[in-house]
Design a protein around this ligand. Structure first.
Ligand code: HEC
Ligand code: HEC
Length: 343
């Protein structure tokens, strides 16, 4: 009975708000959600798809040459089968410690991150004997893979107020008698030094801002430094001056194009045919009945237009204001995976 009341309240509020703020636009058609025009969005996608070379600052250590290489299925910005290796070990106190990965035959140790890059630009013609490929030593016993996430529709997730996640965590705790309690993580905003916001991107909610994530990914996935991440992971084999990613004539660096591409993307569309089948309907009922929806909430709403987020560096424009969209994995550690709009 409680379920029915909950659902009807939701239905009424959706009905009430729908005419004011329509649901997030969806599709895998590479169109803008209205934040920019289609031509600008296409130009931003070209940056997201662009294959970086050594002369652009690729590496020295990296995983892939373009954002698209891992975020592509079924189109640019989607997810993919590419997974990344993260390792570490327990210290004497039993607590997790970051790994120490020797490169260049032990001449340098890569520390301070759990990520192990799968590729390196050396040895090459200019540095024939510099062997910097990362390899995991036996001592790093804790090993796991993290799969690539979808980024389509993430502009709507970025525009969800911090307070929504704080309230969700509190409500979970209250409703489930402290058995399920969301954990809100405050993470640094790189473009607003000293300021934090509620993390919502990445499997561990390690970022709140899509610009911060762009700079992080450009450095850690591709080895390209930017104004927000100006230091290379290693200086061995490094030939391009820092930051590798410089602003173009329009004042935009690549990281700004990536962030705008993601912000302007439509949310992933649901499979309209599958949703109508009896099995899917039964599944949806079961999903709520057994409590999956305690963490994977049905809908989220963005803050109003004009709200300043990311430490005051980004103002939510009208195109990103939506009363409801369905996040696929709003979880116990707040949002853990990407948005998909309801159809
Ligand atoms: C080698 C594969 C790879 C490349 C290249 C890559 N990513 Fe990712 N991306 C991932 C993986 C894996 C995750 C999940 C990472 C995690 O949480 O540890 C991810 C997560 C993300 C997220 C968080 C999405 C969400 O909703 O939580 C964003 C945003 C993102 N990437 C943007 C980018 C951008 C921009 C680029 C290019 C500069 C890029 N990525 C390049 C593999 C990649
Ligand atoms: C206690 C909170 C919680 C509950 C209850 C819960 N989940 Fe999750 N779910 C999570 C978290 C957190 C993640 C992200 C996992 C991670 O960070 O490694 C997740 C991830 C997922 C994913 C992967 C999403 C993606 O984008 O790849 C699926 C699918 C999923 N859950 C389905 C379910 C189903 C079905 C149920 C009910 C049987 C359920 N979950 C119940 C917290 C929960």
């Amino acid at each position: 009975m409680k379920l029915f009341i909950g659902l009807s309240v939701l239905a009424i509020s959706a009905f009430f708000f729908a005419p004011i703020f329509p649901e997030a636009p969806t599709g895998f058609d590479n169109k803008t959600n209205g934040l920019v025009d289609d031509a600008t969005h296409t130009a931003d996608q070209v940056k997201f798809d662009e294959i970086e070379q050594n002369s652009d600052g690729l590496g020295p250590l990296y995983n892939a040459q373009s954002c698209r290489e891992c975020h592509q299925n079924p189109t640019s910005g989607g997810s993919s089968q590419v997974s990344e290796l993260r390792v570490g070990h327990r210290g004497p106190d039993g607590k997790f410690q970051n790994p120490e990965i020797p490169i260049a035959r032990g001449a340098e140790i890569i520390k301070g991150r759990t990520l192990v890059n799968d590729r390196a630009i050396c040895p090459n013609g200019a540095f024939p004997s510099t062997e910097i490929q990362e390899r995991v030593p036996d001592s790093e016993k804790i090993r796991t893979f993290r799969v690539s996430l979808n980024v389509l529709g993430d502009g709507f997730v970025e525009a969800v107020p911090d307070q929504t996640f704080v309230d969700l965590a509190k409500d979970q705790c209250k409703k489930n008698h402290n058995k399920i309690c969301g954990q809100v993580l405050y993470v640094p905003i790189l473009e607003a030094p000293g300021q934090t916001a509620v993390g919502r991107f990445g499997w561990k909610d390690q970022h709140a801002s899509l610009l911060s994530f762009s700079a992080d990914a450009y450095l850690n996935e591709m080895g390209v430094t930017s104004r927000l991440q100006p230091d290379e992971v290693t200086n061995l084999c490094n030939t391009v001056s820092e930051p590798n990613d410089k602003a173009g004539p329009d004042g935009f660096a690549d990281i700004d194009h990536f962030a705008r591409f993601m912000r302007a993307s439509e949310a992933p569309a649901r499979d309209a045919q599958l949703v109508q089948t009896p099995k899917a309907r039964l599944g949806a009922e079961l999903f709520d009945k057994v409590g999956c929806d305690i963490c994977h909430v049905q809908t989220l709403a963005t803050a109003p237009a004009g709200t300043k987020i990311n430490g005051g560096t980004f103002t939510i424009p009208p195109a990103l204001v939506k009363s409801s969209f369905i996040p696929t994995a709003t979880s116990c550690s707040t949002m853990s995976a990407p948005a998909t709009a309801s159809s």
